[in-house]
Design a protein around this ligand. Structure first.
Ligand code: C5P
Length: 466
């Protein structure tokens, strides 16, 4: 019996397969089996297919979805949202529109509906609307929700999880990303309550466009608070839709370590390194966007926790090992952290005192546990794919190959962190992927692009039966 290697199929077919599999909640392998089974089951009937049926063109391949839900809030900037409707339609998007009750004081449902090309939705308790397109369908059947204008009141309601009208109920129920285009008086924008609500919403994964600075509707008022221009909002919509990723890692548990570790010398001093955590955090975020259940074990970094990820904060290598072991079992483990190789064995319980004219203390270093190697060499609960990083300053590939063997992992992502590359702490990375099959040099790209490419490779590999 011939065997089929999904990895060898062309990219378009693999993508379509992954999409189908994600939609039906099956693994790619199961999806292929389902397709083959139904093809075999249908074949006797196919032989009898009438000439008319044979002429029926095959259904078109799945295209990326572009359904946008526009929520118009109640502010003077609502008049600009009519132009926004036009801009979104021009870009070929399938648009639905909700007007809050306050928005209907600024624009009419009739005007908005005429531009959208179908009636707009206004009230949670309208029995006619609930009958055909209920709020759950509005929430589910969208790829991106845009709130424009996002008033101070709407931001507060969303941050608090309110759902007392159609707009807020839909925004609470949707799993789609939410793009906020705030518009309000500069003093309301600057108020700590508004900024707190905004920070909450961004931490929950919302995206922001604007507000811009300039003249306000009220005479003599200037400052930040003007809604972004419709073209700017439409461009942000297109960018976010392009970033959407097929849930290729649905039903997959992924563990990522990121950032440096801090190894105490005494209660106030520690040994650290220059890792920013940007690459590890980008990988965790990319995995979550691809539908994985992600646990990020992060050393001390100056980065927000990635949205949609369970983040565990640790300080030392030994804390990191404990957190990693607690996170098992996982399907994939990616060790991007720059773990300190040594800790101070004679760390002071109290702050070490400088004795004028006295001798400087000698630090006795002790090797830290190798977290990557300990997981890669497990016999029980070994992840299907264990990936290490190799930050090198010379002989990158040769060292990475040696590391692959020494640590017992499946892949090494090797990068050149020599000072001239600016990789440590920078936003770009040039890596090579080292596997048992060979070395692949990837071009210089953003750390987000490296993350997305790595996640796509992982999804491809997991799609192949073990
Ligand atoms: O040996 P080296 O530090 O170069 O190995 C780097 C890889 O090993 C990285 O993936 C890093 O996260 C991991 N590592 C680890 N525990 C250590 C040292 C490194 O998990 N103690």
């Amino acid at each position: 019996m011939a065997s089929l290697t999904v990895r060898r199929l062309d990219e378009g077919l693999k993508k379509a397969l992954r999409l189908r599999a994600a939609r039906s909640g099956r693994s790619v392998e199961d999806e292929v089996r389902t397709i083959l089974r139904s093809a075999v089951a249908e074949s006797p009937r196919d032989a009898r297919t009438s000439a008319r049926e044979q002429r029926t063109p095959p259904s078109p391949p799945p295209t990326p979805s572009r359904r946008v839900l526009l929520v118009i809030g109640g502010g003077i900037a609502a008049y600009k949202s009519l132009d926004l409707i036009r801009r979104l339609k021009e870009r070929g998007l399938a648009l639905r529109c909700i007007l809050t009750r306050a928005a209907t004081h600024f624009v009419t449902p009739l005007a908005a509906g005429a531009l959208v090309g179908e009636r707009v939705f206004t009230d949670l308790f309208d029995p006619a609307h609930e009958f055909d397109v209920g709020h759950i369908r509005l929430a589910r059947e969208t790829d991106l929700a845009v709130v424009a204008p996002a008033t101070a009141d709407l931001l507060a309601k969303l941050a608090g999880g309110h759902a007392d009208d159609l707009a807020t109920a839909v925004l609470l129920a949707t799993e789609a990303k939410i793009l906020l285009a705030p518009a309000m008086n500069p003093r309301m924008w600057a108020h700590r309550a508004t900024q707190r609500n905004l920070a909450r919403l961004l931490a929950d994964g919302a995206a922001l466009v604007g507000p811009n600075e300039g003249e306000m509707a009220e005479a003599g008022e200037r400052g930040p608070g003007r809604m972004a221009e419709p073209v700017e909002i439409a461009d942000a919509v297109m960018r976010l839709l392009a970033e959407r990723v097929a849930p290729v890692l649905a039903n997959t548990r992924v563990l990522v370590t990121s950032g440096p570790t801090h190894e105490p010398i005494d209660p106030v001093r520690y040994i650290a390194n220059r890792s920013s955590g940007k690459q590890g955090h980008a990988i965790a975020h990319a995995a979550a966007r691809a539908g994985a259940d992600v646990i990020l074990v992060s050393g001390p970094v100056n980065l927000p926790d990635p949205p949609g990820v369970t983040t565990v904060h640790v300080e030392t290598a030994r804390d990191m090992l404990r957190a990693v072991e607690r996170a098992l079992p996982v399907d994939v483990a990616i060790f991007a952290a720059a773990v300190a190789d040594w800790r101070v064995d004679n760390a002071g319980r109290q702050k070490m005192k400088k004795i004028p004219g006295g001798e400087a203390p000698t630090l006795a270093l002790k090797e830290n546990p190798d977290i990557l190697a300990s997981v890669a060499r497990r016999t029980a609960q070994r992840p299907r794919l264990v990936i290490g990083f190799a930050a090198e300053t010379e002989n990158i590939t040769a060292n990475a190959r040696a590391k692959l063997a020494r640590k017992g992992c499946d892949w090494i992502v090797a990068n050149d962190v020599s000072p001239h590359t600016g990789v440590m702490g920078g936003d770009r990375n040039r890596v090579s992927l080292v596997t048992a099959d060979g070395v692949e040099a990837w071009p210089l790209q953003s750390k987000e692009e490296v993350a997305a490419k790595l996640i796509a490779r992982i999804a491809d590999t997991l799609a192949v039966p073990a």
